[in-house]
Design a protein around this ligand. Structure first.
Ligand code: FES
Ligand SMILES: [Fe+2]
Length: 519
């Protein structure tokens, strides 16, 4: 017997599937995928039936051997799109390629970037790669730091084998001596009267970059010397009673993938709580109310959550091209009042090459930063990525942190295959701005520096604030969003005050807001 069932409705189709699953075991069932032609077969007979027939069949437990036959395969098969989507979409080369001569490489070469920890630089030369350039960083015996191209201009030996001296670094191969600014000081194997050697020493230099050592990080500027900008001074350099710990984290992926995460406040709820268990605190689990701000080259992602009787406003921050801050990782969990806590890190994401980047940063510890017990290498790794970096595969798979999330995309993600959603708005706007700045630079317009004018202290907004505001008899999601907006707008209002005064005013205002309940 053969039974056919027709319907055009997906919902009914699903109901039938459920019903069919409950048929007695002797029924062999196959499903169609089209708007529903089912056959139930028994020997040569055919029944054409509807949903209710199927229902009755099930009820009477007849001895029919029914087979639901897949009549129209095509519709079901169309759901499988592997073949059609097997070609990997392209990456966005404009923002992901940073080697010398690339457009983004040129753009990034207009800014100061950290390239090493001071602690890593010594009279033993260290090879590093930044923006696709192989470099050697070293310290002379007079404590002057040099950052030079890796290959000796004589016959290309690597200066990582060089010897550091009072005046510079000496190539191991034929003893040429280079000053930290690249000047060829000596070519000892050549005749002292050699005109060609004298000419070369006068007219040619080893490629070198200026360095600025600050608070445990070594910064450099790798752009055109005539455009050297002032070293930017962020307010985070001066937050009182903060202990700073320099750290570096290496990522095996493109810099944009790591940078994106700071403009992605939603991932904290999923990756850092729901997927991997609590990596920071339980309060992160709630997907809050989001608001994004674009203010010149400063981008803010404000996530406001309710945690019982408290409202927690957490602000992530990106200042183009690659300066990032957030709220704290461990100091706030949304359950205790906190006024204008500052970021747990002050960090730059620097391309090593197109497939690797480094986060060079300070972990910020103390009253306004993260608890002092996290002031360790592992503590900084957990603040940075939710987990320590050196873990067995099983653990990484079970509890992925930021490193797994961003490296898992591939060394350069297929940007053109992304499906950006409203929660990705922060990512969309900052990437768009970088593309615009790159285009303008190609047309001859230098990109803006983070400081508006020379000598400015750049006011940052990364922070977290927790206010005691029990639920009211109104739409709470709408309400907490208005709290977030009020907090951040108040912050902006005090932006032009001197640092200490600004902090004091913001903190006083938050306390007032909490007491008055006015937002
Ligand atoms: S290769 Fe460096 S001195 Fe000859
Ligand atoms: Fe994260």
């Amino acid at each position: 017997m053969k039974l056919e069932l027709h319907h055009q409705n997906l919902r009914i189709h699903e109901q039938i599937q459920r019903k069919a699953n409950r048929l007695p075991k002797q029924y062999c069932i196959q499903f169609p995928g089209t708007a529903g032609q089912y056959k139930i077969l028994r020997e040569d007979h055919v029944w054409i039936c509807c949903f209710w027939t199927l229902y009755i069949l099930q009820k009477i437990q007849s001895n029919l051997i029914a087979i639901f036959t897949l009549i129209n395969n095509n519709q079901v098969m169309k759901n499988f799109r592997g073949y059609k989507q097997s070609k990997l979409p392209k990456s966005d080369e404009t923002i992901s390629q940073t080697d010398p001569g690339t457009s983004c490489g040129e753009y990034l070469r207009r800014y100061w970037h950290p390239v090493a920890l001071t602690a890593e630089v010594s009279t033993t030369p260290l090879q590093i790669r930044i923006l696709g350039e192989d470099l050697v960083i070293f310290k002379t015996t007079e404590n002057k730091i040099g950052l030079v191209h890796k290959n000796c201009p004589h016959r290309r030996a690597s200066l990582v084998y060089g010897k550091c001296e009072k005046k510079g670094i000496r190539c191991c191969y034929h003893g040429w001596l280079f000053a930290p600014d690249g000047e060829i000081l000596e070519t000892p194997g050549e005749d002292p009267n050699s005109k060609s050697a004298a000419k070369l020493r006068k007219t040619f230099k080893l490629g070198a970059y200026p360095v600025f050592e600050f608070n445990g990080l070594v910064f450099t500027y790798m752009g055109p010397p005539e455009n050297t900008p002032e070293f930017p001074h962020y307010d985070a350099f001066d937050t009182p009673e903060i202990t700073k710990r320099p750290y570096r984290i290496e990522y095996n992926c493109n810099w944009i993938q790591v940078l994106d995460a700071i403009m992605d406040p939603v991932h904290t709820s999923f990756l850092h709580v729901q997927s991997s268990g609590i990596q920071f605190s339980k309060g992160f689990a709630e997907v809050g109310e989001l608001e994004f701000f674009e203010r010149g080259v400063q981008y803010l992602g404000c996530n406001t959550r309710r945690v019982d009787d408290h409202v927690w406003v957490r602000v992530n921050e990106l200042i183009l091209p690659n300066f990032t801050q957030a709220g704290s990782a461990f100091a706030a969990d949304g359950t205790k009042t906190r006024y204008f806590g500052r970021s747990s890190f002050t960090r730059w994401v620097v391309p090593v090459d197109d497939n690797h980047c480094i986060a060079l940063a300070w972990g910020n510890f103390g009253e306004r930063g993260d608890p002092i017990e996290y002031n360790s290498k592992e503590g900084c790794e957990r603040i940075e990525a939710g987990e320590i970096m050196d873990r067995p595969w099983e653990e990484r798979q079970l509890r992925p942190g930021d490193a797994e999330a961003v490296e898992g995309m591939g060394s350069i993600t297929a940007h053109k295959g992304e499906h950006l959603m409203p929660t990705d708005y922060g990512i969309m706007i900052y990437r768009r701005r970088i593309r615009k700045l790159i285009k303008s630079l190609k047309e001859g317009k230098e990109p803006p520096q983070p400081q508006h004018k020379k000598g400015d202290i750049i006011k940052t907004n990364g922070q977290d604030t927790v206010l005691r505001i029990p639920k009211r008899n109104i739409d709470d999601r709408k309400f907490i969003k208005s709290v977030g907006s009020a907090v951040i707008k108040m912050q902006f209002n005090f932006e032009n005050l001197p640092l200490k005064e600004r902090d004091k005013s913001i903190i006083n205002n938050l306390s007032e807001m909490e007491k008055s309940g006015l937002f």
